[in-house]
Design a protein. Structure first.
Length: 81
């Protein structure tokens, strides 16, 4: 019986650690990864993660938009001259 509990903990940790890393990379708290060990809540968490805004991705998109806007304005100025 103790072997079964050990196996459950190993499998749980094998899921929690990579999920925590993914959450940290997208700008969320890695502590949310603990919810993946709770049945039903893990599926709801996955659905929420799929449709919420990702802070780091938003910052990258904002920076990309600013870079494109700056490049376009420079192009406009150079084409007028």
């Amino acid at each position: 019986m103790a072997d079964a509990y050990a196996l459950v903990w190993i499998v749980t940790l094998a899921a929690v650690v990579p999920i925590a890393v993914i959450l940290q990379r997208i700008g969320r708290s890695p502590w949310w990864a603990l919810l993946c060990a709770v049945p039903i809540v893990n599926v709801l968490g996955l659905w929420m993660l799929a449709f919420i805004r990702w802070p780091k991705l938003d910052r990258k998109n904002d920076q990309l938009l600013a870079d494109v806007t700056t490049a376009f304005r420079r192009w406009q100025r150079s084409s007028r001259a």
